[in-house]
Design a protein around this ligand. Structure first.
Ligand code: TYM
Length: 335
């Protein structure tokens, strides 16, 4: 029996932080043996906001190396770079032409990011979710494991599928509707400076996030300075205490302990003691990933061979879907 398929990706913009790890990559690793997985580094998405050409390639390789360092296993998973498979851009164009404009102007992430860009906002930023839909649909993914912030993009993808199949499928499901896979715990890791704001690569304050590659000194400093509150005792699920909820969740996920266990262990702790515990747990959880990452980055040819092989495997699947879509749209295919 063939396994259901997963596709997901991360943008090579800035450092990956605990939100990316706990909301996405860690879940990919845990589930990978049950699925046929495609994980891409979405470098076409990375230029939807101003970017630096001098670091794009290096950042792309760094994300692929982090996938491996976090535990993505090539026995179950294919790792590739989005821009190496030209079908992504081509399908995005075809889907653009059947996607109503107002579906895109309604996207929360577009509105938020566009606000930050001011007058310089590019068409690519508006079109970002259509490219994301193309990423997913090319591989006929059954499930897409992501953090909470991507939920609306997944809904749009499903709407595009319905519209395409309805208009051009002649009763057949040419495109497959994917299910989002959003875990309850870790789906929305919050900023260290404000427990009501998402931890984000684009927050100007480094203090707001812990990066996967942060040194033990930086992690110690960031946790020491992170926002807390003055209520005695530490508890989950108090809406008045977003920072407490977030930091306990980080501890729970990074220690691998159950929620009840963490609740009992931390109920009477003071912030100072808890912060020491969280610091130690975070450093211990990230250390093996960092060691493996540096090992992989030191062997450029190994990483390149993985990406070359990944591209070949991805290309085979992607080209077939693209062909099906073009045929449905009435194109004459090259002989
Ligand atoms: P990106 O690069 O912003 O984020 C990568 C993954 O990390 C998750 N994430 C978080 N999870 C929990 N808490 C947070 N604070 C947090 N911040 C980020 C994101 O939900 C995501 O799963 N559009 C995508 C990239 C993409 C993609 C795709 C994903 C492009 N094509 C196809 C899945 C399938 C994005 O911006 O990810």
């Amino acid at each position: 029996m063939t396994k259901p398929r997963i596709l997901s990706g991360v943008q090579p913009t800035g450092n990956l932080h605990l939100g990316n790890y706990l909301g996405a990559i860690r879940n990919w690793v845990e589930m990978q043996s049950q699925y046929d997985n495609y994980f891409c580094v979405v470098d076409l998405h990375a230029i939807t906001v101003p970017h630096n050409p001098a670091t794009l390639a290096q950042n792309t390789h760094a994300i692929a190396a982090l996938y491996l360092a976090c535990g993505i296993d090539l026995q179950y998973s294919t790792i590739f770079v989005q821009s190496h498979v030209s079908a992504h851009a081509e399908l995005a164009w075809l889907l653009n032409c059947i996607t109503p404009m107002n579906w895109l102007t309604d996207m929360i992430q577009f509105k938020e990011k566009a606000l930050k860009q001011g007058e310089n906002v590019g068409v690519g930023l508006l079109d970002y979710p259509v490219l994301m839909a193309a990423d997913i649909l090319l591989y006929k993914a059954d499930k897409v494991p992501v953090g909470e912030d991507q939920k609306q993009h997944l809904e749009l993808t499903r709407d595009i599928v319905d519209r395409f199949n309805h208009q051009f499928g002649k009763g057949e499901k040419i495109l497959k509707s994917p299910q989002p896979l959003i875990r309850k715990e870790g789906a929305r890791i919050m900023s260290l400076t404000d427990g009501t704001k998402k931890m984000s690569k684009s927050d100007p304050s480094e203090q707001s996030r812990i990066n996967i590659l942060d040194s033990p000194e930086d992690i110690t400093k960031k946790i020491r300075k992170c926002k807390t509150d003055t209520t005695p005792g530490l508890t989950f699920d108090d809406p008045e205490r977003p920072e407490c909820q977030n930091l306990l969740t980080l501890y729970m996920l990074l220690s691998g302990k159950a929620k009840d266990e963490v609740a009992a262990e931390c109920a009477d702790m003071r912030w100072g003691d808890f912060k020491k515990l969280l610091t130690e747990t975070t450093i211990n959880a990230l250390q093996p990933i960092q060691d493996k990452y540096h090992e992989i980055m030191a062997d450029k040819s190994y990483l390149e061979s993985i990406l070359r092989e990944g591209r070949q495997k991805a290309e085979l699947v992607a080209q077939q879907t693209l062909k099906d879509v073009k045929t449905a749209l009435g194109y004459s295919l090259p002989l």
